[in-house]
Design a protein around this ligand. Structure first.
Ligand SMILES: [Ca+2]
Ligand SMILES: [Ca+2]
Length: 320
C-alpha cells in the first residue's frame, strides 16, 4: 500500500466516523434509528454504509426506506409549486421539453424515467406545496421521487421543509463517496444518507420529520458529526418550523463538482460536467405518507363551545 492510498483510507475512515457518531447517537435512543436504514460495516473499505439499493422490480422493498410509487401508504401528492429556479452551475443547458414544473405536481404514474419529469439543472431548485400539508406521524412522512436510470445512476439533491414558506430546515445528510462520479465511476446508494434520491425511478426516497427533532436534540447535546455551518443552520431554523404542519418541501440539486458539502462538511460528488446531457436532479413527484392534522383555530374553538352551550341551554330548558 502506498502512502496516497493509506491516506485516502484514513480520510474515508475519519469522515465515516463522523456519520457513525451521529447514527449511533440515534441508535441508542429509545426511538428507532433515523430514516429506518440499517447500518453496514465494511472493514478496510468503509467503516459504514447506509441502507441498500431499492429492490428492482419489487413493489415492497424491505431492506431500506424506498417507497414504491404505487404504495398504498401514499395518501396524496404535491398540489402546487413555486420558486422554480433552473440551475446555471454548469454550462449544460436543459432542453425545453424537460422544463415543465407542473410535472412535479400530482401522482407519479409510471416508473418510466422519461415520463412526467422536470429537470432542475445543476444547482437548480423547486419548492412544492401540499393542500393538506405534511405532519410528523409514525415513521416516514413523505417521499421524493427522482428518475434514476438504475441503482447506480443517481442524481442527488438536498431536501428542506418549511411551515411558513420563508424559513426552511434541511435534513441532516451524509455522503461517504470519495471520488468524482462520472462515466467510469458509479454512485452507490449505500454511501448516501438523506439526500434525494438514492433510489432508481419508480422508488421514492422516504423522509421522516421526526429525524429533524432528533438532529436538533443532537445539535444541542453533542453535534460533533455536524459541520459548524449545519450546526448553525439547524439551531437557527428548527424553532421556526412546525413538524406537525409542513406546507412546503424544497428540493435543491447538488452540483457535483465538489463544491457542495454534506452536514459534516464532507464533499458530495454527483454526476456533472460536459459529458452529461441531462444535468441535474429530475423530479417526478413528492408523495405524502402522513398529512398534517388540522387543528381548529381559536375562533373555531369559540364557535364550537358556543354551539355546545346553546344545545345545553335548550336541553336544560326542556327539562325544566
Ligand atoms: Ca414521522
Ligand atoms: Ca446535480
Amino acid at each position: 500500500m502506498n502512502i496516497k492510498s493509506a491516506v485516502a483510507i484514513i480520510l474515508a475512515s475519519v469522515s465515516s466516523l463522523w456519520a457513525e457518531d451521529f447514527y449511533t447517537y440515534f441508535a441508542s435512543n429509545p426511538t428507532p434509528a433515523p430514516n429506518g436504514e440499517s447500518i453496514v460495516y465494511i472493514p478496510d473499505i468503509k467503516l459504514l454504509s447506509f441502507g441498500d439499493k431499492a429492490e428492482s422490480g419489487s413493489s415492497s422493498p424491505t431492506l431500506n426506506n424506498a417507497i414504491f410509487y404505487k404504495s398504498t401508504s401514499i395518501k396524496s401528492w404535491a398540489t402546487g409549486y413555486m420558486d422554480m429556479q433552473y440551475g446555471t452551475a454548469s454550462s449544460n443547458t436543459i432542453a425545453p421539453e424537460w422544463k415543465t414544473p407542473e410535472n412535479a405536481i400530482g401522482a407519479v404514474n409510471s416508473s418510466d424515467p422519461t415520463e412526467k419529469v422536470v429537470c432542475l439543472g445543476d444547482g437548480g431548485s423547486i419548492t412544492l406545496s401540499f393542500a393538506n400539508g405534511i405532519g410528523n406521524g409514525d415513521g416516514a412522512d413523505f417521499a421524493v421521487f427522482e428518475n434514476g436510470f438504475d441503482a447506480n445512476y443517481l442524481e442527488l439533491a438536498y431536501v428542506e421543509v418549511s411551515t411558513n414558506g420563508t424559513d426552511f430546515l434541511r435534513f441532516p445528510n451524509f455522503y461517504l463517496g470519495e471520488v468524482q462520479v462520472d462515466e467510469s465511476s458509479d454512485m452507490y446508494p449505500t454511501q448516501v444518507y438523506n439526500l434525494a434520491s438514492k433510489y432508481e425511478s419508480g422508488y421514492g426516497h422516504a423522509f421522516d420529520l421526526e429525524e429533524l427533532e432528533f438532529a436538533y436534540k443532537y445539535a444541542l447535546s453533542d453535534g460533533s458529526s455536524f459541520s459548524e455551518e449545519y450546526l448553525n443552520h439547524i439551531l437557527t431554523n428548527y424553532p421556526l418550523v412546525d413538524l406537525d404542519n409542513i406546507q412546503y418541501v424544497r428540493i435543491i440539486d447538488i452540483y457535483g463538482d465538489g463544491s457542495c458539502v454534506d452536514s459534516a462538511g464532507h464533499v458530495i460528488y454527483d454526476p456533472c460536467g460536459p459529458n452529461y446531457s441531462a444535468p441535474g436532479f429530475d423530479l417526478k413527484g413528492v408523495g405524502v405518507i402522513n398529512e398534517a392534522v388540522a387543528v381548529p383555530e381559536p375562533a373555531e374553538y369559540a364557535a364550537i363551545l358556543g354551539a355546545m352551550g346553546f344545545v345545553v341551554a335548550i336541553l336544560m330548558r326542556r327539562r325544566a
